[in-house]
Design a protein around this ligand. Sequence first.
Ligand code: NCD
Length: 301
Amino acid sequence: MIKHLLEVAEFNKTRIDQLIVSAEKMYTLVKKRGGDERLKHKVCVNLFYEASTRTSSSFEASMYRLGGNVISINNVQFSSVAKGETLEDTIRTLEQYADCIVLRHPEIGAAKRAASVASKPIINAGDGAGEHPTQALLDLFTVYKEKGTIDGLNITMVGDLKYGRTVHSLAKILDNYSVKITFVAPQSLEFPTELQATLTNTVAVTTDLEKSLKDTDILYVTRIQKERLEDPSLYESLQQQYVISKSILKKANPHITIMHPLPRINEISIDIDEDPRAAYFRQVSYGLAMRMAIFDDLLLH
Ligand code: NCD
């Protein structure tokens, strides 16, 4: 059976814990030797219909660090997509060259559609406002690296919780652990109620960010998803609503860890970047290790 990676519902705690252990080994491998050759002669296609810096380059770097190769199609307007080729035909073509396909697409469910015609593993690298499962795995690895545990933490998610696929996937995958989640969002960008209803962890919803930061262990900040707003003219005001500043942090739990999937626009002021509690660039390096672990799991096990 082909092992796809399409949504976080595929993961149980045992599998997540195995990936975290494997990512820890990959992290050390990169630090000590840069990588190894275990994916020699393996080829992956990165097929990105939406903008990306970290996700595309970290999947690419992960293949290289394990001895594999990547065909990168990051500019679909220069591919047959511009001629009107369907996603299905593009997948059925590219899989002839490769051992797996990493897909980012603006439509919810696109990765599942691709998987339904694919005979090689499809990795969902973000499907519109749907899910971003590999980001959720690297986020969990980051929490584990920063805090040494996941259970028992108070996790506050702030920003665009409606369209932000990273928070959808993270909130879901956290159901494998016992945490408290607090959602803080502008009025029109709240976490989807139907999704919230499926969560088993304790959830609080508030507009009072400062108050919730007092007992927050992990603050997960997200960008307003400008490209998905129904009314883009609201963007500026939405973007100003929750900004993590030095003065807000003074009132927060002193042991808070700040995460962000990036790109950051203005939702975290840059004068916090040097604060040791700002983990978002470390999060990028944990992401490389987790994606190496994912390739190892999908292509060698
Ligand atoms: C996120 C995404 O693409 O969903 N970025 C990422 O993958 N690290 C977050 C975002 O674009 O805001």
